[in-house]
Design a binder for this molecule. Structure first.
Ligand code: AMP
Length: 296
C-alpha cells in the first residue's frame, strides 16, 4: 500500500494504474475509520482493480461552531486498517495541499442542498461538493463509493456527477450498524455511556416508520408523527427533524406509495447524529422485506 500526501504523487500513482488498464475505485473519507467505511473499501476492492482511499477532514464542510478541530483523527490506526483490506493507495493531503493557492471557485450543490442537512448546516454541501469534485479530478476514478448513511450527501453527489458530466459512476452502499441498530459514525465516539444508550432513538424511530408502513400506514405526515413519538421517552435526544421525503427531490412526501425515504436528525448532548431508511409501500410479496431487519 502506497501513501501519498501531494496531488502530484497521487496523479503519478493513479496514472500508472490507469496505463495498466486498471479500473480505479475511490473511497473518500474523513478518517477515524469504522466498519461503515470499511464496507465501502471492501466493495471497491471487489469491484475495482485498484482502490484509492482519501483521508481528509475537509474544513470547508464544517460550519462555524461545528466540530472541525475536535473531529476524531487516528491516522496510524486508519492506515493499518486500510493496509489489511488490501488498499492500493491512501491519499492524505493537508489542508494547505488540498486548498493551495487562492481558490476562488466552488461547486454550487443546487436545490437538493436547500433542505434538511443543508438548512441546519449552511455551506456544508458546497464544501462537500467542492472537495468531492476536487478528489474526482485528482483521482479520476471509474467508481466512487458513498454510504447511504449520509443520504442527502449521496443524492447531491449523484446529481453533481450527472450535471457536471464527471466520468465516474457513484456506487451507493447500505448503512452499517452497531448491534443495537445505531448507525456507525465517527461521531459516535463523542457520546457518553448514557447518551449512547439513548441514541438508539434515531434507529428506533426509523424502525417504527418501516413497521407502520408494513402495517399499511402510507401517509407521510402520520409516519412523521410516529417517528417523532419515539423521541419523547429519550430526554437526552433532541429531535431536529423526522421527515418522509421523495428520494428524487428530497421534498416532503405526502405518501410512501411510490417509495420514500425517512430521514432523521437529532442532537444527543453536544453530538449531532443523522440516520435514514427506505420506506416502500408493501406489495404482497415485498411486505415481509420492509421493516425490522433494515434498522434496529
Ligand atoms: P465520513 O468519513 O463520515 O465522511 O464518511 C465517508 C463515507 O463513509 C461516506 O460516503 C459515508 O456515507 C460513509 N459512511 C459513514 N458511515 C457509514 C455507515 N455506518 N455505513 C455505511 N457507510 C458509511
Amino acid at each position: 500500500m502506497e501513501r501519498v500526501s501531494s496531488k502530484e504523487e497521487a496523479r503519478q500513482a493513479l496514472g500508472a494504474a490507469r496505463r495498466e488498464g486498471m479500473r480505479i475505485g475511490l473511497v473518500p473519507t474523513m478518517g477515524a475509520l469504522h466498519e461503515g467505511h470499511l464496507s465501502l473499501v471492501r466493495a471497491s476492492c471487489k469491484r475495482a482493480d485498484y482502490t484509492a482511499v482519501s483521508i481528509f477532514v475537509n474544513p470547508t464542510q464544517f460550519g462555524e461552531g461545528e466540530d472541525f478541530s475536535a473531529y476524531p483523527r487516528d491516522l496510524e490506526r486508519d492506515l493499518s486498517l486500510l493496509k489489511a483490506e488490501g488498499v492500493d493507495l491512501v491519499f492524505t493531503p493537508s489542508t494547505a495541499v488540498m486548498y493551495a493557492g487562492d481558490a476562488q471557485v466552488s461547486v454550487d450543490p443546487g436545490p437538493l442542498a436547500s433542505v434538511w442537512e443543508g438548512e441546519s448546516r449552511p455551506g456544508h454541501f458546497r464544501g462537500v461538493c467542492t472537495v468531492v469534485a476536487k478528489l474526482l479530478s485528482i483521482v479520476g476514478p471509474d467508481l466512487a463509493f458513498f454510504g447511504e448513511k449520509d443520504y442527502q450527501q449521496l443524492k447531491i453527489v449523484e446529481r453533481m456527477v450527472r450535471d457536471l458530466d464527471a466520468a465516474t459512476t457513484i456506487v451507493a452502499m447500505p448503512i452499517v450498524r452497531e448491534r443495537d441498530g445505531l448507525a456507525m459514525s465517527s461521531r459516535n465516539a463523542y457520546l457518553s455511556a448514557e447518551e449512547r444508550a439513548q441514541a438508539v432513538a434515531l434507529c428506533e424511530a426509523l424502525e417504527a416508520a418501516a413497521q407502520a408502513v408494513a402495517w399499511g400506514e402510507l401517509a407521510g405526515p402520520e409516519i412523521e408523527r410516529i417517528m417523532a413519538e419515539e423521541f419523547s421517552a429519550r430526554p437526552l435526544v433532541e429531535l431536529e427533524y423526522a421527515a418522509v421525503v421523495d428520494p428524487a427531490t428530497l421534498g416532503r412526501a405526502d405518501g410512501v406509495g411510490g417509495g420514500a425515504r425517512a430521514l432523521v436528525a437529532a442532537r444527543v448532548g453536544r453530538t449531532r447524529l443523522i440516520d435514514n431508511v427506505a420506506l416502500a409501500a408493501p406489495v404482497a410479496e415485498a411486505a415481509s422485506a420492509t421493516g425490522a431487519s433494515q434498522t434496529c
